[in-house]
Design a protein around this ligand. Sequence first.
Ligand code: THU
Length: 132
Amino acid sequence: MSVANEDLIRAATEARKNAYARYSGFTVGAAIVDDQGRLHVGCNVENAAYPLGSCAEAAAIGAMVQEGGRRIVKIAVVGGLGDIASCTPCGGCRQRISEFADDDTAILAIDDSGEWQEYSMAALLPASFHLP
Ligand code: THU
Protein backbone atom coordinates (compact mmCIF):
# COMPACT_ATOMS: atom_id res chain seq x y z
CA MET A 1 0.00 0.00 0.00
CA SER A 2 1.50 3.33 -0.94
CA VAL A 3 0.42 6.92 -1.32
CA ALA A 4 2.09 9.08 -3.96
CA ASN A 5 4.09 12.03 -2.66
CA GLU A 6 1.84 14.35 -4.66
CA ASP A 7 -1.28 13.04 -2.91
CA LEU A 8 0.32 13.33 0.52
CA ILE A 9 1.46 16.88 -0.23
CA ARG A 10 -2.00 17.78 -1.47
CA ALA A 11 -3.55 16.49 1.78
CA ALA A 12 -1.08 18.51 3.88
CA THR A 13 -1.74 21.60 1.77
CA GLU A 14 -5.49 21.21 2.29
CA ALA A 15 -5.01 20.75 6.05
CA ARG A 16 -2.88 23.88 6.15
CA LYS A 17 -5.88 25.93 5.00
CA ASN A 18 -7.51 25.26 8.38
CA ALA A 19 -4.48 26.32 10.43
CA TYR A 20 -5.22 28.71 13.28
CA ALA A 21 -2.07 30.84 13.25
CA ARG A 22 -3.50 34.07 14.57
CA TYR A 23 -0.33 35.16 16.37
CA SER A 24 2.55 34.11 14.12
CA GLY A 25 0.75 34.15 10.78
CA PHE A 26 2.80 31.03 10.01
CA THR A 27 0.37 28.38 8.84
CA VAL A 28 1.42 24.74 8.71
CA GLY A 29 -0.28 21.58 7.48
CA ALA A 30 0.87 18.01 7.96
CA ALA A 31 -0.22 14.72 6.45
CA ILE A 32 0.84 11.23 7.49
CA VAL A 33 0.52 7.95 5.66
CA ASP A 34 0.51 5.09 8.15
CA ASP A 35 1.51 1.47 7.64
CA GLN A 36 -2.03 0.60 6.61
CA GLY A 37 -1.92 3.19 3.84
CA ARG A 38 -4.29 5.54 5.64
CA LEU A 39 -3.98 9.31 5.61
CA HIS A 40 -4.09 11.48 8.73
CA VAL A 41 -3.86 15.25 8.67
CA GLY A 42 -3.38 18.12 11.09
CA CYS A 43 -2.68 21.84 11.24
CA ASN A 44 -1.12 24.17 13.79
CA VAL A 45 -3.40 25.66 16.42
CA GLU A 46 -2.10 28.72 18.27
CA ASN A 47 -3.30 30.24 21.51
CA ALA A 48 -3.25 33.67 23.15
CA ALA A 49 -1.13 31.98 25.83
CA TYR A 50 1.63 31.39 23.31
CA PRO A 51 3.29 28.24 24.70
CA LEU A 52 -0.03 26.42 24.54
CA GLY A 53 -0.04 26.48 20.76
CA SER A 54 0.46 23.17 19.02
CA CYS A 55 2.20 22.13 15.83
CA ALA A 56 0.62 20.59 12.75
CA GLU A 57 2.64 17.41 13.17
CA ALA A 58 1.32 16.91 16.71
CA ALA A 59 -2.26 17.17 15.42
CA ALA A 60 -1.63 14.70 12.59
CA ILE A 61 0.04 12.25 14.97
CA GLY A 62 -2.89 12.59 17.37
CA ALA A 63 -5.32 11.85 14.53
CA MET A 64 -3.32 8.78 13.53
CA VAL A 65 -3.08 7.39 17.03
CA GLN A 66 -6.75 7.84 17.84
CA GLU A 67 -7.61 5.89 14.68
CA GLY A 68 -5.35 3.05 15.79
CA GLY A 69 -2.31 3.90 13.63
CA ARG A 70 1.07 3.26 15.22
CA ARG A 71 3.63 3.59 12.42
CA ILE A 72 4.42 6.58 10.24
CA VAL A 73 5.59 5.51 6.79
CA LYS A 74 5.82 9.02 5.40
CA ILE A 75 4.93 12.50 6.61
CA ALA A 76 4.59 15.72 4.64
CA VAL A 77 4.82 19.14 6.31
CA VAL A 78 3.80 22.23 4.36
CA GLY A 79 4.68 25.69 5.57
CA GLY A 80 6.65 28.79 4.71
CA LEU A 81 6.51 32.52 5.08
CA GLY A 82 8.67 35.13 3.43
CA ASP A 83 12.33 34.29 3.94
CA ILE A 84 11.54 31.03 5.68
CA ALA A 85 11.73 28.76 2.70
CA SER A 86 10.06 25.66 4.03
CA CYS A 87 8.93 24.10 7.25
CA THR A 88 11.20 21.31 8.36
CA PRO A 89 9.75 19.90 11.57
CA CYS A 90 10.80 21.71 14.75
CA GLY A 91 12.98 19.85 17.26
CA GLY A 92 10.05 18.82 19.43
CA CYS A 93 8.15 17.47 16.43
CA ARG A 94 11.18 15.49 15.30
CA GLN A 95 10.99 13.68 18.63
CA ARG A 96 7.21 13.30 18.29
CA ILE A 97 7.56 11.80 14.81
CA SER A 98 10.44 9.59 15.93
CA GLU A 99 8.19 7.84 18.45
CA PHE A 100 6.28 6.27 15.54
CA ALA A 101 8.99 6.20 12.87
CA ASP A 102 11.99 4.20 11.71
CA ASP A 103 15.37 5.55 10.65
CA ASP A 104 14.29 5.45 7.01
CA THR A 105 10.85 7.01 7.47
CA ALA A 106 10.47 9.75 4.84
CA ILE A 107 9.85 13.34 5.92
CA LEU A 108 8.88 15.75 3.14
CA ALA A 109 9.25 19.49 3.78
CA ILE A 110 7.29 21.61 1.32
CA ASP A 111 7.46 25.36 0.85
CA ASP A 112 4.86 27.87 -0.28
CA SER A 113 5.68 27.35 -3.94
CA GLY A 114 5.22 23.59 -3.72
CA GLU A 115 8.97 22.85 -3.86
CA TRP A 116 9.90 19.99 -1.58
CA GLN A 117 12.86 18.27 -0.01
CA GLU A 118 12.88 14.73 1.29
CA TYR A 119 14.75 13.78 4.46
CA SER A 120 15.03 10.55 6.40
CA MET A 121 14.12 10.39 10.08
CA ALA A 122 17.73 9.52 10.92
CA ALA A 123 18.99 12.59 9.06
CA LEU A 124 16.68 14.95 10.96
CA LEU A 125 17.13 13.35 14.38
CA PRO A 126 20.32 11.35 14.69
CA ALA A 127 21.03 9.43 17.90
CA SER A 128 17.40 9.84 18.91
CA PHE A 129 16.03 9.04 22.34
CA HIS A 130 13.77 5.99 22.76
CA LEU A 131 12.75 3.92 25.72
CA PRO A 132 12.85 0.13 25.39
N1 THU B 1 4.94 24.98 13.62
C1 THU B 1 4.43 23.77 13.24
O1 THU B 1 3.21 23.60 13.14
N2 THU B 1 5.30 22.78 12.99
C2 THU B 1 6.65 22.88 13.06
O2 THU B 1 7.35 21.89 12.92
C3 THU B 1 7.26 24.20 13.27
C4 THU B 1 6.35 25.25 13.76
C5 THU B 1 4.01 26.07 13.94
C6 THU B 1 3.97 26.43 15.39
C7 THU B 1 3.50 27.86 15.34
O3 THU B 1 2.08 27.87 15.30
C8 THU B 1 4.02 28.38 14.02
O4 THU B 1 4.39 27.25 13.26
C9 THU B 1 5.24 29.29 14.16
O5 THU B 1 6.22 28.71 14.93
